[in-house]
Design a protein around this ligand. Structure first.
Ligand code: 13P
Length: 349
């Protein structure tokens, strides 16, 4: 079982491709649809998710797709399961298994991610449906007096319990403790909170005897808050993110997959690109691969172009593929500034 987990983790991250997160809950999907006046219906969600999955050539850039519960059960009108479409395209199907972040009792402004009850049985079912890996996202908010130790520890504990159950079921856990960008905190404050969170997460993973070789860490980059007046340049963000992660992420972890977290695509790709340039220097010797697990940075232009109109489907798929290709270029240091936005302008024209 452990060999299979290590092999799955390796297949997910070793081929030089990355992950597409398309596991938005129905509520989040509806919120994003509302911005473009797209009907918030089951039919629209299904069409959109099918558009993503059937994008021609997606498998050249994407090694795994993280699905929402509805999507892993769905089929094309001709009866082909989405899971088969993905597998045939060389994309491993994964599944989001947390049931969302809710207010943490007695801790105003903080959240705890739920979904452990009944998880063992759900993981078993998802594995039968063809999932090879899973995701659980914890959110840590930076603000006045927060995060508290209670919030960090409670979320780290839940992540470790989830990861242990995944490995028991033969699924590779994607462990995602996301420190949010919202707020006016400095880059150094984000660094401090991210390091404290990851220390706690790895303590708990060790406590639950999770095999680090058979998991992937999904991490935030170390960034100043969205409303912080000082916004450090790309090379500083890349350098500090890697220095910081080296302090707290054990070398046995095969890969770190970055989330975009509300950064523009341009910034997410440029920062990841710079990190991979650093990683490729002989003197850097990073123990883990650096990859991506983006949702918004890859999907946003496609959604904006689609607008719920079948006539825009092909243009939207083209935009999605382009953003996936930008992400891929950022894994080898070949992303060049403006690549994401130039294409977007010509697609919109
Ligand atoms: P973003 O890239 O939009 O942050 O989403 C990644 C994700 O899967 C969050 O859980």
């Amino acid at each position: 079982m452990q060999d299979k987990l290590i092999e799955t983790a390796r297949l997910l991250v070793d081929g030089g491709r990355g992950l597409l997160a398309m596991d938005e809950s129905n509520a989040t999907c509806d919120k994003r649809f509302a911005k473009f006046g797209i009907p918030r219906t089951e039919a629209a969600r299904r069409s959109y998710r099918e558009l993503l999955i059937t994008t021609p050539g997606l498998g050249t850039c994407i090694s795994g797709a993280i699905l929402f519960d509805d999507t892993i059960r769905q089929r094309k009108p001709d009866g082909t399961p989405y899971v088969k479409l993905l597998t045939d395209a060389g994309i491993m199907p994964g599944i989001k298994v947390d049931t969302g972040a809710r207010p943490l009792a007695l801790h105003p402004g903080e959240k705890i991610t739920e979904g452990l009850d009944g998880l063992r049985a759900r993981l078993h079912d998802y594995a039968e449906m063809g999932a090879r890996f899973a995701k659980w996202r914890a959110v840590i908010t930076i603000g006045n007096g927060i995060p508290t130790r209670s919030c960090i520890e409670a979320n780290a504990h839940a992540l470790a319990r989830y990861a242990a159950m995944c490995q028991e079921a033969g699924l590779v856990p994607i462990v995602e403790p996301e420190v949010l960008m919202d707020g006016d905190h400095t880059l150094d404050r984000c660094r401090e909170v991210t390091e404290a969170t990851l220390r706690s997460v790895f303590n708990q993973l060790n406590m639950q005897t999770v095999k680090l070789e058979g998991m992937v860490l999904k991490a935030n980059m170390i960034l100043p808050g969205l409303h912080c007046p000082t916004q450090e340049p790309v090379d500083v963000v890349a350098d500090i993110t890697l220095r910081s992660l080296r302090r707290v992420v054990p070398a046995a972890v095969p890969a770190i997959a970055f989330l975009s977290g509300g950064q523009s695509g341009e910034l997410a790709f440029s920062r990841l690109n710079q990190m991979n340039i650093i990683a490729n220097r002989a003197e850097s010797r990073l123990p883990w691969r650096l990859t991506f697990s983006f949702a918004r940075a890859i999907q946003n232009p496609a959604l904006e172009i689609w607008q719920g109109n079948p006539a825009n489907r092909q243009a939207a798929q083209h935009a999605l593929h382009h953003r996936a290709a930008c992400s891929l270029a950022a894994l080898t240091g070949h992303y060049s500034a403006g690549m994401a936005t130039v294409e977007r302008k010509s697609a919109a024209a």
